[in-house]
Design a protein around this ligand. Sequence first.
Ligand SMILES: NC(=O)N[C@@H](CC(=O)O)C(=O)O
Ligand SMILES: [Zn+2]
Length: 427
Amino acid sequence: MMKYIQNIQMLNEQGELVSTSITIENKVIANIGGEQPDGAEVIDGNGCFVSPGFVDLHVHLREPGFEHKETIETGTKSAAKGGFTTICAMPNTKPVPDSIENLNLIMGLIEESAVVRVLPYGSLTVNEAGEKRTNIAELKEHGAVAFSDDGIGIQLSSTMYEQMQDAAKIDAVVVAHCEDNSLIYDGVMHEGIRNKELGLPGIPSICESVQIARDVLLAEAAGARYHVCHVSSKESVRAVRDAKAAGIRVTAEVCPHHLLLEEMDIPSDDANWKMNPPLRGKSDLDSLHQALLDGTIDCIATDHAPHTEEEKCCGMVGAPFGIVGFETAFPLLYTNFVITKKWTLKQLVDWMSVKPAEIFDLPYGKIEVGGSADLTIIDLNKEQTIEIEKFESKGRNTPFNGWKAKGWPIMTICGGNVVYEEVINEK
Ligand SMILES: NC(=O)N[C@@H](CC(=O)O)C(=O)O
Ligand SMILES: [Zn+2]
């Protein structure tokens, strides 16, 4: 089966948009810029932009165990609508992928109902309890993409160090949600100015940064590849920057919300603004932008974290941390940073496709002949208001409801299959 996408704009090496066509044969890109082959199904790109399908290293799909928040089906439909074709599912499910049996169970569910490519993490400790170490070599052999206890920081240095030593032996990446439990202080938002105005307990930046500082030294000693989740503070940026300068094998991600929002934007005690790590100060936000531009931070990850309306209804204390991210990431970043000329389109695409794929050595994230046909066609001129009622995700928990943005995916192709197509007047 062949598909021929005509009349689309693609980025060249120089970052300029050039008109071209793409031929897909079975699951791969067979030709770029060629003539229409006989018998191919023709897709008209209408002059829209085609990006490599986005790759997200940090997502929560909730199944198995928390299907009331999201399922693999709803989560991957949400990803497809947002233009993501490869997503890495964090292990805070029930059961946790801490054994071959549990990992196989999760991979079976993915096989049954995922509409985009889902690569599961294995956990670093049994049940993400931070105590007994998992057998990561075994989990890697059975399909775990990388290793993390996301949702919780690894408290014991020896546990982290020993897992890093094992990871180094098999060239696996250790991925860390950095949070020192003794420094959380029951906080629900950043310990800064706004939490005091709202009378809410704060989480200081050191809660994250001290654990990153520890981990980069452990990674150096173990010779391991280490990736830092959702960097949020300027001190954390400094720890990563210094580590990179010292030649330590560290990479880092930042979430769209930490680039777009800061603590003073939080309007009220509203749990749709509660996520971990929290929105920090303006100087932290500025430092995250600087870090992306100078390469200290390597990529953007959504940390898509759906929760129910009931859980998020009644103020920050007591509500779970997390916001959804798939269906708003590209338009928000494109509108606020590319249209405004802070970033180029090529930078944004690199941070959402090329770089994340490279961090995990994945053969995706690029448009090249012979490569997997993972493509996102985006109407860069289309303007639309973000409406939570229209989300494919079960999660409606976002602070961006009502925001206007341009640059909406209109078709997503994963492994040669159309997995999302805009329907006019949908819902
Ligand atoms: N980011 C969040 O605020 N929440 C995540 C866990 C995590 O990634 O920290 C979740 O699973 O809900
Ligand atoms: Zn996390």
